[in-house]
Design a protein around this ligand. Structure first.
Ligand code: GFB
Length: 381
């Protein structure tokens, strides 16, 4: 276990003074939080990220920004993409102290978190028979930490503590159980955050600003394809994995699934989860597009999708009077950036990918709407 004894604390203070002069990097006396965004793809990881940001803020520790975990066809192991490939770091610093994991590992870890002193944090052991987090077992766990040559020497279990640091007693219990003098760097084997994102953390999305690279590509695409014309952004989540996930919807269970609170409300105040909301019928989709085009008088549509863009069908129902385009080669992040900027929008209420664009749009007071919402099951399709 990595314990900071008084002598080491003095040394760290001296090191902090030296480093602040030498490299502009000051050590955070309250410590650091690292984590692996080991669950799901971008939408899931983004929901977790907002919660972890709030968690680090609540515990008043620097959040080390992990790379995004991605999966490439034909590659067995996950690929780690630096956080700032997609988002700027500075806007996050307006809310809380953050630094890139690449910088933390290069500049700070050799002194404050050297090999031999690394504790993995998890709620409870990942296998009942062993008293360890097994933080590197499986994909993406192993590849994630291996990206930085990190091995763990100890495990620390934080159950039954939870992530809600607005709860002052809980926040105090974190500090009592894991005092900074003993646990200066806390590396979580998974995101210390609720999934899906808690309602009170949704607004933190305002600190997630697209990198210049993503933003410029989205803006040039919009300029080249739509000029100054208004356009409607559509998100179709219609791949096979999604179809299978939606088969698990059981309306009588009366609960949310993935991001469905974004339209149904966290307490199902605006309706029930249905299969149609999750995987809308093609007729529902085409009917909604037709109505939206008529209502908004748009001449252009942007389609983002993981699978079927439905381009031919959209052109048919709009009698080829509307330009329909998608971004190529496919890029989830540029798709999201364009969806965020569209004048009007229809997304999938259950998808956390869709939810990313919806949070951004709501923060910027742009209209949002969803497939098959409000409940269209009684309408004639
Ligand atoms: O982002 P994500 O966790 O959201 O996973 P859901 C969906 C992934 O599909 C994205 C791709 O990260 C993208 O890689 N994808 C989806 C897209 N829509 C688009 C799009 O419009 N354009 C592009 N280029 N790519 C759920 C997960 O996905 O799917 C669950 O939350 C589970 O963990 C379930 O895996 C089956 O929430 O939509």
């Amino acid at each position: 276990m990595f314990c900071l004894n008084p002598i080491l604390q003095v040394l760290l203070t001296c090191l902090a003074c030296y480093m602040s002069v030498a490299s502009d990097l000051e050590l955070d006396p309250n410590g650091y939080i690292l984590y692996c965004p080991c669950m799901g793809r971008f939408g899931n990881q983004a929901e977790h990220f907002l919660g972890v940001l709030a968690f680090a803020h609540g515990l008043n520790k620097t959040l080390v920004l992990p790379p995004w975990v991605e999966y490439r066809p034909g590659q067995r192991e996950s690929v780690q993409v630096p956080f700032d490939t997609y988002f700027k770091v500075e806007p996050l610093q307006q809310y809380h102290r953050v630094m890139l994991m690449e910088e933390f590992m290069r500049d700070l870890a050799p002194t404050i978190w050297p090999p031999g002193s690394r504790t993995a944090f998890c709620y409870k052991s990942r296998h009942n028979s062993e008293v360890t987090c097994n933080a590197k077992e499986g994909n993406p766990f192993g590849p994630f930490w291996n990206t930085f040559n990190i091995d763990f020497d100890e495990s620390a279990f934080y159950g039954p503590l939870h992530y809600d640091t607005h709860d002052e007693v809980n926040a105090e219990n974190w500090a009592k159980k894991f005092p900074v003098s003993k646990y200066y760097v806390m590396a979580f084997s998974g995101a210390p955050a609720s999934f899906p994102v808690r309602e009170e953390h949704i607004d933190l999305q305002k600190y997630l600003i697209w990198s210049d690279n993503i933003n410029n590509k989205a803006e040039s695409f919009i300029r080249e394809n739509f000029g100054n014309d208004e356009f409607l952004g559509l998100h179709f989540r219609n791949g096979e994995d999604w179809k299978r996930a939606c088969e698990h919807v059981i309306p009588s269970e009366r609960r949310n699934m993935f991001a469905s609170a974004q339209c149904l409300g966290y307490y199902l105040d605006h309706g029930q989860l249905t299969k149609e909301l999750c995987y809308p019928h093609e007729k529902t989709i085409l009917k909604q597009i037709k109505e939206e085009v008529k209502k908004r008088k748009v001449k252009a549509i942007f389609v983002a999708t993981d699978s079927d863009d439905m381009k031919a069908k959209i052109m048919k129902i709009t009698k080829k009077k509307v330009k329909v385009v998608k971004y190529e080669p496919a890029s989830p992040h540029i798709d999201l950036a364009i969806l965020g900027k569209a004048d009007y929008h229809i997304g999938n209420c259950v998808s956390t990918f869709s939810a990313f664009a919806v949070r951004e749009r709501r923060i910027n007071d742009k209209p949002v709407s969803f497939w098959a919402f409000p409940d269209m099951s009684h309408d004639e399709l």
